[in-house]
Design a protein around this ligand. Structure first.
Ligand code: C5P
Length: 396
């Protein structure tokens, strides 16, 4: 979906967390962004500009007065090139300077001159963070549309526990991508995505479930977030971290998922059911743990779960997933008709590198008019973007 190389200006200020900015620079660079790093003088006490230069392959701005720098000709060149400005870690000092409109170092100067959105990831002593002066500065910037991510609670440089740690890099990365995609092609759209495999209890210890990892649904939620959509992710249990900037509703059973979907679709543009919902559940879950020594064999009577996708209909686009082990196209076509879907994303789970738990998928998209689009094997985040391309077409 990223057509043009996006430019991130990464401002690094003098916090002990400055070394973590190297990891951020690396992640953005690996993802294909052009990363221009600006360091304050105190940041250079904690980490060398050379580190960022090698990671980003770009010159690092360390002063306003470097006449040899490609950016020095026009001190606002970086501000104009930026698609987003991220300051991580941001000290109380830089926040105060920005809140006052000062421009006496290259970061504050760039912030004042840019029209790009600005993300600030604070890191400081807990007393500095809770000080009413900092609170007022932050409130003023939030009011002006700045996005704050963190800080987190944890062990601080002083050795004590408190609120002031640089938040997780996943959080900073995710929120920056969200801010960057705010005006994307799904801006203003609300999308409900389901993910993971439901668990149907047999007794308080055991359950019936499936091999779904939730990766495909999570990838769709993140990709749609990065294209400007407002996402509700209804997730059955997975080992995946909640995507930053996404509203997550955790559920366990098909029944709970049905209820969450019904509540969430009231104002939605689309429902994407990527979850592997159990088709059957025990008629009655035992209230106590079933003891092995008390029975020679065990028969569990099963009943059908509600078919969420079939039941939840309304004035929104409905997208299903079909994990098939045979007759992929015929089965998927039948499902599109039976469940009245706008389109279905089908994959053959018996194929190598496809389906449950893998990082890649090979899917076929079949729409209500019978159009079949067979996609090659690709990473799940690319599959997610292709599914969203199809959705955008239908939404139009
Ligand atoms: O009919 P089948 O279960 O193969 O259909 C798969 C699609 O239906 C998926 O999108 C899945 O999330 C959804 N589904 C559902 N409720 C169920 C079973 C599947 O919404 N009980």
């Amino acid at each position: 979906m990223v057509n043009k190389i996006k430019t991130i200006v990464l401002g690094v200020t003098g916090s002990i967390a400055a070394y973590k900015a190297a990891e951020l620079a690396s992640r953005f660079t690996t993802e294909g962004f052009c990363v221009n790093v600006i360091m304050t003088e105190s940041a250079q006490q904690f980490i060398s500009p050379l580190t960022f230069r090698n990671i980003t392959g770009r010159p690092v701005v360390t002063t306003m007065w470097d006449i040899a720098s490609e950016f020095s000709v026009e001190h606002v060149a970086l501000a104009e090139a930026a698609d987003v400005v991220l300051i991580a870690p941001a000290t109380a000092n830089i926040i105060a300077k920005i809140a006052c409109g000062m421009a006496d170092d290259m970061i504050s100067c760039t912030v004042l001159a840019t029209r790009a959105p600005i993300v600030i990831a604070p890191a400081m002593n807990d007393n500095m963070w809770s000080n009413s002066i900092t609170r007022e500065n932050v409130a003023r910037l939030v009011k002006r549309g700045f996005t704050f991510v963190g800080p987190a609670r944890g062990r601080l440089a002083s050795g004590k526990m408190g609120l002031g740690r640089l938040t997780s890099l996943d959080e900073i990365f995710g929120i920056t991508l969200q801010v960057l995609g705010r005006k994307g092609d799904l801006a203003g759209r609300h999308i409900v995505v389901t993910a993971g495999g439901t668990q149907e209890p047999v007794d308080p210890v055991r359950c019936l479930t499936n091999h779904s990892s939730g990766k495909m649904g999570y990838a769709i939620a993140e990709a749609a977030r990065n294209r400007g959509a407002d996402i509700t992710l209804i997730s059955a249990p997975t080992t995946l971290a909640a995507p930053p900037g996404v509203k997550v509703i955790s559920v366990r059973t098909a029944e709970e998922m049905l209820k969450a979907v019904q509540d969430s679709v009231k104002k939605t543009d689309a429902l994407i059911m990527a979850a592997a919902v159990a088709d059957f559940r025990p008629v009655k879950a035992a209230s106590q743990k079933i003891k092995r020594q008390e029975m020679s064999e065990l028969t569990v009577e099963l009943e059908k779960t509600p078919d969420i996708l079939n039941e939840v209909r309304g004035n929104f686009i409905r997208v299903g997933f079909a994990a098939e082990s045979r007759d992929l196209i015929a089965n998927a076509r039948d499902k599109v008709k039976r469940k009245g879907l706008d389109f279905i994303v089908a994959n053959d789970i018996t194929e190598k590198d496809c389906g449950f738990g893998t990082e890649t998928n090979r899917v076929t998209i079949i729409d209500g008019k019978g159009k079949v689009d067979e996609l090659p094997l690709m990473p799940k985040d690319e599959v997610a973007d292709r599914v969203l391309d199809k959705l955008r077409g239908v939404l139009k």
